[in-house]
Write a protein that binds this ligand. Structure first.
Ligand code: PHE
Length: 357
């Protein structure tokens, strides 16, 4: 033999590249490649025949031609592999796609389990309903507040020691410690009163619910993100007895006729006098147990007569108007009403828990 059969070589390359470009799955491609590189494949046998070429230079150049042919075939195979892999992936994605417009056919053998409102949302709605029944309007407001609304207008100027009651989450907006996540719903008192003054719309009887934030470590009785409902009544001739009456009415309306409320002296800068309000322990019904530290009472929130400093901050004449405010935890209400041992259950979204309500 004097040299390489170039025609045979190019016929082999043409055949292999044609096979590569028509193969339509990765397994098929692997087969073609295996055939191209096999020792006893078409290129392999050409290679073996090189031994028959006597002239060294011709033998070398024939070897190079075969290697080039092999490289050409492998390059074609690699390119095809990229295309086929992309197509396979697209097909997989299509197959995995959820059709959210799908119509669920009710089938008695496979009962359809629908979701429902979370217990906290249900609790908020029932609390709002109780206050609507008592003649309150229901509103809500921003979770991001300025220092003015959350503290200063509530008679908590910078440096006031009572600010320590609130472990505040500040936002890095503007001057340091000027913008924050509200630590209670009381800033809504200020928003509401400002609007009422502006619109000359006093009196107000309002309830405002929503999310609040404090840098607390979650435990059985605390969540760093929790919910409060705030009440505010401003009218002529409002007294502390009205406050006590509203709290008691709300308590038995929401928790049941055998659950009562009591007020104990406390301190809040934005109310004077101030009180903590407690309800009959729903676990022991007042007999005393571990949950209520054997007192028979559970603290639910704070309240009091609106402090003249708050009236002054919003420009209301305290000789003409008086009122009261209260605020308490919605999550705590849910916990007490349903005897939930650990508040963290409210945020874990374990369906075994959520489905019970
Ligand atoms: N905002 C107070 C708190 O979260 C509760 C409160 C509301 C007290 C209204 C008095 C009047 O601690």
């Amino acid at each position: 033999m004097t040299g390489l059969d170039h025609e045979a070589l190019s016929a082999i390359v043409t055949e292999l590249t044609a096979a590569i470009s028509t193969v339509d799955d990765l397994a098929g491609l692997d087969e073609v490649v295996a055939r191209a590189t096999a020792k006893d494949g078409p290129l392999g046998s050409l290679k073996r025949s090189l031994g028959g070429i006597a002239d060294l230079e011709s033998r070398k150049s024939a070897g190079r031609a075969i290697n080039d042919a092999l490289a050409q075939v492998t390059a074609a195979a690699d390119a095809r592999r990229v295309t086929l892999a992309a197509a396979a992936r697209t097909e997989q994605l299509e197959a995995d796609r959820l059709d959210l417009t799908e119509v669920v056919i009710e089938d008695v053998r496979v009962p359809v389990v629908r979701g429902h409102e979370h217990l906290v949302s249900q609790t908020r709605a029932s609390l709002e309903e109780v206050f609507v029944a008592m003649g309150f309007t229901v509103t809500e407001g921003p979770e991001v507040e300025t220092d003015w609304y959350n503290f200063e207008a509530l008679n908590l100027p910078p440096g006031h020691p009572a600010r320590d009651m609130y472990d505040t989450m500040y936002l890095e907006i503007g001057e340091p410690e000027t913008v924050l996540m509200r630590t209670h719903t009381s800033p809504m008192q200020i928003h509401l009163l400002e609007a009422a003054v502006e619109a000359d719309a006093l009196p107000v009887h309002a309830a405002m619910a929503g999310r609040c934030y404090r840098l607390d470590t979650p435990d059985a009785r605390h969540l760093p993100v929790f919910h409060q409902i705030e009440g505010l009544v401003i009218d002529r001739g409002i007294t502390f007895a009205d406050l006590a009456g509203v709290i008691e009415t709300f308590t038995s309306a929401y928790f049941g006729p055998d659950i009562h409320s009591r007020l104990r002296p406390a301190y809040f800068p934005f109310t004077e006098p101030s009180a903590e309000f407690e309800i009959t322990c729903t676990i022991c019904r007042g007999d005393g147990c571990r949950t209520c530290s054997r007192t028979g009472w559970i603290e639910l929130g704070g309240c009091g007569m609106v402090d003249p400093a708050v009236f002054e901050a919003v420009g209301i004449d305290p000789t003409e108007w008086s009122g009261f405010a209260f605020g308490f935890g919605i999550d705590r209400c849910a916990q007490m009403r349903h005897q939930i041992p650990d508040m963290r259950l409210l945020i874990e979204n374990d369906l075994r828990f959520n489905r019970q309500f």
